[in-house]
Design a protein around this ligand. Structure first.
Ligand SMILES: Cc1cc2nc3c(=O)[nH]c(=O)nc-3n(C[C@H](O)[C@H](O)[C@H](O)COP(=O)(O)OP(=O)(O)OC[C@H]3O[C@@H](n4cnc5c(N)ncnc54)[C@H](O)[C@@H]3O)c2cc1C
Length: 476
């Protein structure tokens, strides 16, 4: 510990006094978004360049000091928990180094806030198509480190699919330059994929080359009451066919979610009411002028396409009813009803959260089985589920009937077992952090865990990078 404290003057020399925070100044960084994890870090450092990150890591590695990178601190699995550790905040590394419209790439530092990249891309009529509720504070380094998903994965893939190149500072301070702008490069192992989704356990991401896409010139958004979950999936497939793959988002809100929304936010009035079994928020995006340019009478072809497709779905018995957003304001209000989910879930404690990915045809089965098995373990439990149905991702949260930790543990085991039984993943997009570590021990292929430990030991032999996260210790 004495050696670690001696580190502070060295860090001050590297960064200047105002960029090394300790005590009360560092304390806010020690509390995670959900206020579940709360611990004092040794210090928080605020580098402004890759060279400074490299110097910091050299010093930390020499002294064996644990290091926890932190971006926007919106992670939901305790990945930034840093008791006694040195936290590296990337927030001063927030430069958009270049946007190349002709190549459709952005070269950015890790501390760029996601919505700032959205604005910068928009100036070039392009989009960085990663969207979710926390976009105003979450940072690109955090998005890459968690391989974030969000509502547009269906059309554009997750963060991994949006990344061409990466710059990473390794645990010993070496800078790994993988800042490729290439779409094809088979020169050996694709090392960047190791660091995407590694949650800071293998190095600090300092910069990235990201793909941009043409910005949709029009969106058509609707809330739809589907007959059932399987009918909703048929609706998705039929919309993809009729629109030629223009579905950008297909978000699922079951009756139970709408009931919680009614209590938590009576001011948000869903256009189809609170009592539909399956409410879907669907959004199409169009780039072609033929679909997006308003006609003389002000009508937009894309809206008509959605209207016709939904009318057909109602005639085919897939949907019961639908309301299309007629203005940007109505679209924003529809999205707000979906994006308030995290806030509603966290409004009651304790909550046991599951971020499940299912094969699309098994989502309904998962929900049925999960609810049945939960009732057997905790008849008083209430649930709140919502999801990115288009990619099979359900956020299933349980408010247990009591705050007994043994009950929470049992609930976790039962829902995890349901996930494993149906061939799902226990971490669709939020990562592992600390919260999913025990599930990782039980649910991940044992050989995969061994390979992960081998990689971790090779890249971080002293185990300083975000220790205790993602890779569970071997069971004796
Ligand atoms: C309201 C709300 C809605 C959300 N919706 C979604 C959603 O739809 N989809 C989704 O995927 N997630 C969602 N999340 C979760 C969260 O926003 C994402 O996980 C996000 O990508 C985390 O980014 P961050 O910058 O906040 O990272 P942080 O929380 O700061 O860090 C997350 C992890 O990454 C590591 N890390 C951070 N920066 C770096 C770096 N530069 N190098 C190496 N490691 C680093 C940290 O150590 C930690 O382990 C939501 C969160 C909230 C609060």
């Amino acid at each position: 510990m004495a050696e670690r404290l001696e580190l502070i003057p060295e860090l001050t020399r590297i960064l200047g006094e105002r960029n090394v925070l300790t005590g009360d100044d560092a304390a806010p960084y020690g509390v995670d978004f959900m206020r579940v994890y709360d611990a004092a870090p040794l210090a928080v450092v605020l580098p402004e360049s890759t060279a400074q990150v490299a110097e910091i890591l050299q010093a930390a590695n020499r002294t064996g000091t644990p290091v926890v990178p932190i971006g926007g601190n919106t992670g939901l699995v305790g990945g930034t928990h840093a008791p006694g550790a040195l936290m590296i905040s990337l927030k001063r590394m927030n430069r958009i180094r270049a946007i190349r419209p002709e190549a459709r790439v952005a070269i950015v530092e890790a501390g760029v806030i996601l919505s700032d990249l959205h604005s910068a891309a928009e100036e070039h009529d392009l989009v960085f198509p990663l969207f979710f509720g926390a976009r105003g504070s979450t940072m690109i380094g955090g998005n890459l480190s968690t391989n974030a998903g969000g509502s547009n994965v269906l059309r554009y893939g997750n963060t991994r699919a949006l990344c061409l190149g990466l710059e990473v500072v390794l645990a010993d301070g070496r800078v790994l330059n993988l800042m490729s702008e290439l779409h094809k490069d088979n020169a050996g192992y694709d090392l960047k994929d190791l660091f995407i989704g590694a949650e800071g356990t293998l190095g600090v991401i300092t910069a990235a080359v990201l793909k941009l896409h043409p910005r949709p010139r029009a969106h058509a958004t609707a809330m739809v009451a589907a007959r059932s979950l399987p009918a909703a999936l048929s609706l998705l497939n039929s919309l993809q066919t009729t629109t030629g793959g223009m579905v950008e988002a297909f978000e699922f809100m079951p009756r139970s979610y709408m009931a919680r929304l009614k209590v938590a936010r009576p001011d948000m009035a869903p256009p189809l009411g609170h009592d539909r079994d399956v409410t879907i928020l669907v959004e199409l995006g169009a780039t072609a002028p033929r679909d997006s340019e308003p006609r003389q009478d002000g009508s937009v072809p894309l809206n008509e396409l959605l209207e016709t497709s939904l009318a057909q779905a109602i005639a085919d018995g897939l949907a019961q009813d639908a309301v299309i957003a007629r203005s940007l304001d109505e679209r924003t209000r529809m999205w707000a009803m979906r994006e308030i989910a995290a806030e509603i879930t966290m409004s009651r404690r304790p909550h046991v959260d599951f971020d499940v990915a299912m094969p699309l045809h098994r989502v309904a089965e998962f929900l049925d089985k999960a609810l049945q098995r939960l009732a057997a373990v905790d008849p008083q439990a209430e649930t709140i589920s919502v999801g990115h149905l288009g990619d099979g991702n359900i956020h299933f949260a349980v408010w247990p009937g009591s705050d007994d930790p043994a009950l929470a543990k049992r609930i976790k085991e039962v829902i995890d077992a349901t996930t494993f039984d149906l061939g799902g993943s226990f971490s669709a997009e939020h990562g592992i952090g600390l919260a999913k570590l025990d599930t990782m021990s039980r649910g991940k292929d044992p050989v995969a865990l061994e390979v992960m430990r081998t990689l971790k030991a090779a890249l971080d032999p002293k185990g300083i990078m975000n220790p205790g996260k993602v890779v569970p210790a071997p069971v004796d």
